[in-house]
Each structure stands twice: as structure tokens, then as C-alpha cells.
Write a protein that binds this ligand. Sequence first.
Ligand code: HEC
Ligand code: HEC
Length: 336
Amino acid sequence: MFTPLDCGWGRQRLPIFSAHLLLGSMFFAASVSVAAEPLVGEPISPLPSLESLQLDPKKIKLGERLFQDTRFSKDNSTACISCHSLSKGGADGRKNSIGVRQQVGVINAPSIFNSGMNFRQFWDGRSDSLEDQVDKVVHDARELDMNWGDLLTILSTDAALVAEFKAVYPQEGLQATSIQNALASYQRSLLTPSRFDRYLLGDAKALEEDELKGYQLFKDYGCVACHQGVNIGGNMFQKFGVMDDYFAKRGGVSTADLGRFNVTQQEADKHVFKVPSLRNVALTAPYFHDGMTDTLDAAVDVMFRHQLGRTASATDKRLIVKFLTSLSGETTEVKP
Ligand code: HEC
Ligand code: HEC
């Protein structure tokens, strides 16, 4: 059974120290300019800089092109970007995505932003890497319904693309593995630093007062027990419905609702999902793996009831939603 201490966060928290740091930097900001000190002991850490990841810009560029290439789908209709739009928080704004041959998907599309920071890929964590994720989506009958043989045959008639692959991947040239690596490199580059990251890095003015209060409530109520780390999620599996049975109320349980169980066949993994990242969450409605909740306010309600077994006052909820809004990336310029 889950307890907030499972994640080790409670042991590291130093609220007095961080409050002191915060007040200290606010005090100094007015008079002398001191180098901002990152906050210490927070359960959430800022995104790394893109430079620190040392990605190859040529691979990123190539991956960016492939991400928009409809030749990846059997009927030439659908590309990665059809379901992961950069202007829709890296998702598609739909309850269920529309894939190859206009087929409707079975689960809500997550954001690809910051996906390189997640410990596993997919709601049920069935991929260990972004490379493997590409292999799975290419074969998915509802998404692209492709296979490497056919895709390589089609793409190898494109002399310019073949030449570019040869230049960027001299050993492999155009291959399934180099395609996977280029797409993964591009996605690893899609980091969306937010005002909240600036706050964590020591800019005390980056958050408004209400957002700060919301962050405190997010910690105090125990949301951070699951939504924590660099992606405010994306680093553990948890049951959806720890305190109250979500599926009994909603009804119509599908295979997709079984979550991690589909990977492990373990009874205890029924309805267990990768805790989603809350970065850009204000931009990625509708919510949850079933896309059944339309607003952030309602999603926070669902979390209070089913994950924490409580209800929150309208004020606390409003402040938490405020905080969540501060997690939206500040820049749409995500390329190096
Ligand atoms: C038809 C819509 C559709 C297309 C096309 C599509 N995706 Fe997705 N993508 C989804 C859905 C739905 C999921 C969630 C599936 C699941 O978890 O079982 C997903 C999951 C992902 C994830 C995992 C994110 C996470 O946090 O778990 C990544 C990364 C991703 N897609 C990248 C891609 C790439 C790269 C392509 C192109 C090669 C692509 N997608 C094409 C709909 C789509
Ligand atoms: C016990 C772990 C746990 C706790 C505590 C928890 N969450 Fe979640 N959260 C999850 C899981 C798991 C999901 C994904 C559920 C699903 O869609 O199947 C989720 C999903 C969400 C989503 C929807 C994200 C999306 O993209 O669809 C939001 C918003 C959210 N949580 C906010 C919160 C807030 C705010 C709190 C505190 C009030 C909280 N969570 C507490 C585990 C937790």
C-alpha cells in the first residue's frame, strides 16, 4: 500500500531551510544582485539545460523531420505530430487519438514534451526507452500500422533523406535503428522549462503569491508523494484509485484500463499506471488515461477523492490549479 514516505521525499524535506533561502533571496534582490541559489531539499527538481544533455543537433533536426512525416503510416495519413502537436502541449486535445485509416485509439495521448525525462514510456510503462517506444508505435495497428520493411522500402526511394542519414549516421545509414535514434534524439530535446523551474533555481519572483501557496498545498496534501522529481511525475507506477474505486463508479472497464497488468499479468498491477508528468498539464486537457475529465479543476477533484481520500475546499483547489498552471513551458522555442 502506498504511503507518502515510500518515495523518500518526506525524509529529504527541509521546509525551514528552503523558506529561509527564499526570504533571503527576496531580501537581497532589492539592493545587491547576488547569484540566485537553487532551492535545497525540494521534492521536485528543475529541468536540466538542453546543453547538458549533449545531444547531436543534426540528429535532432533529422528526428524533427521524421516526426512530421506521414509516410510512417500505412495510408500516408498520419505522422507522430498528428497526435503530438507542439501547439497543444505535445498531445492532441482529444479524448482518444485518431490514427491510420481514421481509427479511434483506446487511450489518451500523453505529451511528448519532456518525455525523455520519464523513467518508462506509455501509461503502462511497456517501453524502457524512447527508441523502443518508436518501434511499438510504428507497429501499432490503430496508430501507424506500419512495419520496418515497408517503411524502409518507401523511405529509401527518397535520395535526399538517404543521403542525410548517411551523413548523420555514417555507420548505419537509413535503418530502423537510426530512425529510432533520430526520433528519440528529437524528443529528448523537447524540454519545456517553466516559471516553476526558475523558482526552483532561486528566482523567488518567478511565481505569483497564489502559485506559491498552491505549491505549498501540493506538498502538504501529499500530491508530491506521486508527482515528484524532475517531471513532477513520470518516475513511478501507482494505482489509479488508491482510496476509492474509480472504475466501479465510471463503469465499462476496458483492457486499456487494466494498465500495468497488461505488461506483468500480476493481479496487484490492475489499474496501475505510470504517474503522468504534470508539466504543461494546463495545456493537455482532457485528462487521465481515459480522457474522461475535461477540466483541470475536475481532475484535481478526482485526485483528491481517489488518490488521497479527501475533498478540498474550493480555495485550496483553485490555488493548486494556479500552481499547476505555472508548470507550462515559457517558450515554444524548444529546438537548440
Ligand atoms: C494516432 C495517434 C498517435 C500517433 C500517430 C503517434 N502517437 Fe505517440 N502516443 C499516442 C497515444 C495514444 C499514446 C499512449 C499509448 C499508451 O500509453 O498505451 C502515445 C504515447 C507516446 C509516447 C509516450 C509518452 C509517455 O509519457 O508515456 C511517446 C514518447 C510518443 N507517443 C511518441 C510518438 C512518436 C515518436 C510517434 C511517431 C513515430 C508517435 N508517438 C505517433 C498517440 C499517437
Ligand atoms: C497515489 C499517487 C497519486 C497521488 C497522491 C496524486 N496523484 Fe495525480 N495521478 C496519479 C496517477 C496514477 C495518475 C494517472 C491516472 C490515470 O489516468 O490512469 C494521476 C493523474 C493526475 C492528473 C492528470 C494528468 C493527465 O495528464 O491526465 C492530474 C492533473 C493530477 N494527477 C494531479 C494531482 C494532484 C493535484 C494531486 C494532489 C491533490 C495528485 N494528483 C495526487 C497518481 C497520484
